[in-house]
Design a protein around this ligand. Structure first.
Ligand code: NAD
Ligand code: MLT
Length: 298
């Protein structure tokens, strides 16, 4: 059964192949960059005819999926299409933390020659703890193992023998905190994972521990991380995602300005390859839905 989807509104820039592919299916496609407020107004107006929300990315935490389902609106996303990019970005941040590359570059560009100040550490022989061993977590594991890191991890769903297949030793969280030199989170943002890394946890970790968050803002408590950095309880942090994007509140800006924090503006999936893949994946799913009436996996 063919689905009566006629018009598609694109509210965030997406690879042009996506537009071409949908037009190839005879759909009318409009591109309009909308603020969150405008998007809400637009969605309310369109709600009676809204059939599908497509997310060209992994996380659907910015979509009220139960409410959409209640309204009969199908939600599609593209898990997996940006996995490698997010994993590579995580590895780049771990290495940048170990050698303070962003801080050293800023110093040199400001005219200084601070070779002693930027003494780094090798990652070889250090322990990397990965919380969440799904698509991205396991790609980070295999890459960082090739740098000679000991990789341990925790995932309540993936069995220890499966975790061992990609070279990771499964430990409990209580076992992880005192041994980790780096902790990277690769879990969805859920009530159970919000503030997974908090002040109480940071107090149980090594004072030199580095925290990496390329998953979602709020999995690492931003106020607690700032407090721990100020108290010298934590060695450093690399953050790609934030509770506010872009960050505006004073506390969050203070965290970003901290000399031991390196940060990127949610760039985990920002590669040509990932953006092509998410666009192609979403176009294929929508194409399948309008021609067969079935969503992928159903
Ligand atoms: P995934 O679903 O493949 O893996 C998540 C894993 O987390 C699962 O194996 C699950 O069992 C595990 N998990 C759930 N609750 C847990 C808990 N309390 N403790 C430990 N593990 C737990 O997801 P993924 O594709 O690997 O994505 C991971 C995260 O990265 C998501 O938050 C996603 O939104 C984010 N992401 C960010 C970017 C970026 O641009 N920064 C890009 C892609 C994905
Ligand atoms: C995702 O959920 O896929 C990432 O956070 C990337 C993005 O939102 O663009």
């Amino acid at each position: 059964m063919s689905q009566a989807i006629k018009r598609v509104l694109i509210t965030d820039p997406i690879d042009k192949q996506f537009v071409e592919s949908l037009r190839g299916h005879g759909l009318e496609v409009n591109e309009k960059k909308l603020s969150k407020e405008q998007l809400l107004v637009d969605c309310r107006l369109r709600l009676p005819v809204l059939k599908l929300i497509g997310r060209a990315g992994t996380g659907v935490d910015n979509i009220d999926v139960p409410a959409a389902t209640k309204q009969g609106v199908l939600v599609m996303n593209t898990p997996g299409a940006n996995t490698i990019s997010a994993a590579e970005h995580t590895c780049a941040l771990i290495l940048a933390l170990s050698r303070q590359i962003p801080q050293a570059q800023a110093s040199l560009k400001a005219g200084r020659w601070d070779r002693k100040l930027f003494m780094g550490n090798e990652v070889q022989g250090k322990t990397l703890a990965i919380l969440g061993l799904g698509r991205i977590g396991r790609e980070v594991a295999t890459r960082m193992k090739s740098f000679g890191m000991t990789v341990v991890g925790y995932d309540p769903v993936i069995p220890a023998n499966v975790i061992a297949e990609f070279g990771v030793k499964s430990l409990s969280l209580a076992e992880i905190w005192p041994v980790a030199d780096y902790i990277t989170v690769h879990v969805p943002l859920l009530p159970e994972t919000e503030n997974l890394i908090n002040l109480e946890v940071l107090k149980k970790c090594k004072k030199s521990v580095n925290i990496v968050n390329v998953a979602r803002g709020g999995i690492v408590s931003e106020p607690d991380l700032l407090a721990a950095l100020k108290e010298g309880l934590t060695g450093g942090a690399a953050l790609d995602v934030f509770t506010e994007e872009p960050p505006v509140s004073a506390g969050l800006l203070e965290l970003l300005q901290h000399p031991k924090v390196i940060c990127t503006p949610h760039l985990g999936a920002s590669t040509v390859e990932a953006q092509e893949r998410v666009a192609a994946d979403l176009a294929e799913q929508i194409g399948q839905f309008i021609t067969t009436g079935k969503a992928a996996g159903f």
